[in-house]
Design a protein around this ligand. Structure first.
Ligand SMILES: [Mg+2]
Length: 351
C-alpha cells in the first residue's frame, strides 16, 4: 500500500465555542452546553470550565459542584448543524474522501496533495475565517495517528507525526490514547501490564489475538503505528463533478470547449473512481460579473461511456448564448443516480 496522507480535524470545545462566539457575554467564562438539572449532563464544557474538572458526559449536578460559577446554556443543535455543514463544505474542496465522525470531527484522505500539513493549516485558516471558530488538526499516515495528533496541541493546534517519528511516538503513548482502544480494553491491558505502546509492542500477535480475539491483529498493528482503516465517506453521494476557474476570463468559444474537455476528463475519472452513475448532466458557467448559469440534460438511463458524456457536454455548451460575455469558471456535474430511489424513502415516511 502506498503511503497515505490523512488529516483529522476536530473543532475546539465545539458547542461551547459556538455559544461564546454568538454571545460575547459568555466569552472568557466557564460555560457548559447542556441541560442543568438532576438528570442533565454536560455536552461540552468551555476551556474556562475545564480546569475545574468539568468535561463532556459529566452529570450537571457534579459539574455545578466542581465549578459553582458554571453557566449552563441549552444546546442549539440547528446552529451546530449549520456550522458543521460549513466546515464539511470546506473539507470537500480539498478531497472527496471526507469521513465525518460527528458534527465537529472528520477524517480527510489527502494522499494526492504534496503537503498534508500545508493543507491542514489552510483548512484551519479557512474554518476560522468562515466560522470564527478554531479547530485542531492532526496529520499523519493513518487514521489512528492523525486522530492522536489532533489532540496533541489542542486548542487551535496543528501537529504532524511524520513517518520517521511514528515509532518513537507510539512507544511512549499510553494505550488509552490509541484511537480504536476503548476504555474497557485499555483497562484489560493495564491488568496485563500493558500501559504504553512500547509495552504493547512486546506482545506476539498470536498472544494478543488469544487475549483480545480478532481485535488483537489490529492492536498488534497499532503498537507499530500501523492502521489500515480507510477513510470512508458515509454520506450518500447525489452528484459528482469538477470545475475550473480560469487564470484569465475567456470569451473564445473554442478555448471554452477545450477547457470543458479537461473538466469532463476529470469528471469521468471521478465517476470511475467512485463507481458513480448518473443520468443528468449539468453544465455550469460563471461569468466575469459572477452571475452563474446552468444548462442540463437528463437521459433515460445512466451515462454509459466517456464519449457520450463528451457529446452531451459539447451540446450543452453549444446551447449557451454568450452574448459577448466573458466566462471565469466552467463546471460539469453528473447526478441523478437511477437506482437511488429517494422518492421511495419519502413514501415510506409518509406511511
Ligand atoms: Mg471537538
Amino acid at each position: 500500500m502506498p503511503q497515505r496522507k490523512i488529516i483529522h480535524i476536530d473543532m475546539d470545545a465545539f458547542f461551547a465555542a459556538v455559544e461564546q462566539r454568538d454571545n460575547p457575554a459568555l466569552r472568557g467564562r466557564p460555560i457548559a452546553v447542556g441541560h442543568d438539572g438532576p438528570r442533565g449532563v454536560v455536552a461540552t464544557a468551555s476551556y474556562e470550565a475545564r480546569p475545574y474538572g468539568v468535561h463532556s458526559a459529566l452529570s450537571s449536578t457534579v459539574a455545578r459542584r466542581l465549578c459553582p460559577d458554571l453557566i449552563f446554556i441549552p444546546a442549539r443543535f440547528e446552529v451546530y448543524k449549520a456550522v458543521s455543514q460549513q466546515i464539511r463544505a470546506i473539507f470537500r474542496e480539498y478531497t472527496d474522501l471526507v469521513e465525518p465522525l460527528s458534527l465537529d470531527e472528520a477524517f480527510l484522505d489527502v494522499s494526492h496533495v504534496r503537503s498534508a500539513t500545508l493543507v491542514a493549516r489552510e483548512i484551519k485558516a479557512r474554518i476560522l475565517a468562515e466560522t470564527h471558530l478554531t479547530a485542531s488538526a492532526g496529520v499523519s499516515v493513518n487514521k489512528m495517528l492523525a486522530k492522536i495528533a489532533s489532540d496533541y496541541r489542542k486548542p487551535d493546534g496543528l501537529f504532524t507525526i511524520a513517518p520517521a517519528e511514528i515509532e518513537s511516538f507510539v512507544a511512549t503513548l499510553p494505550v488509552e490514547r490509541f484511537f480504536g482502544i476503548g476504555a474497557v480494553t485499555a483497562e484489560r491491558m493495564h491488568r496485563l501490564g500493558i500501559r504504553t505502546g512500547a509495552d504493547l509492542r512486546q506482545w506476539e500477535e498470536s498472544a494478543l489475538v488469544h487475549q483480545f480475539g480478532k481485535a488483537g491483529h489490529a492492536y498488534y498493528g497499532y503498537a507499530r503505528g500501523i492502521d489500515n482503516r480507510a477513510v470512508t465517506p458515509n454520506r450518500v453521494r447525489k452528484s459528482l463533478g469538477a470545475e475550473t476557474t480560469f487564470a484569465e476570463d475567456i470569451d473564445d468559444r473554442l478555448r471554452l470547449q477545450q477547457e470543458l474537455d479537461g473538466v469532463r476528463e476529470e469528471v469521468w475519472a471521478r465517476l470511475q473512481r467512485h463507481e458513480f452513475r448518473g443520468k443528468t448532466v449539468v453544465l455550469k458557467l460563471k461569468y466575469d460579473n459572477f452571475r452563474q448559469i446552468t444548462r442540463s440534460k437528463t437521459l433515460l438511463s445512466a451515462i454509459e461511456d466517456e464519449m457520450q458524456l463528451a457529446r452531451i457536454a459539447e451540446e450543452l455548451l453549444a446551447g449557451v448564448n454568450l452574448r459577448g460575455r466573458k466566462v471565469r469558471l466552467i463546471g460539469l456535474t453528473v447526478g441523478n443516480t437511477p437506482e437511488a430511489c429517494t422518492d421511495c424513502i419519502q413514501l415510506r415516511f409518509d406511511f
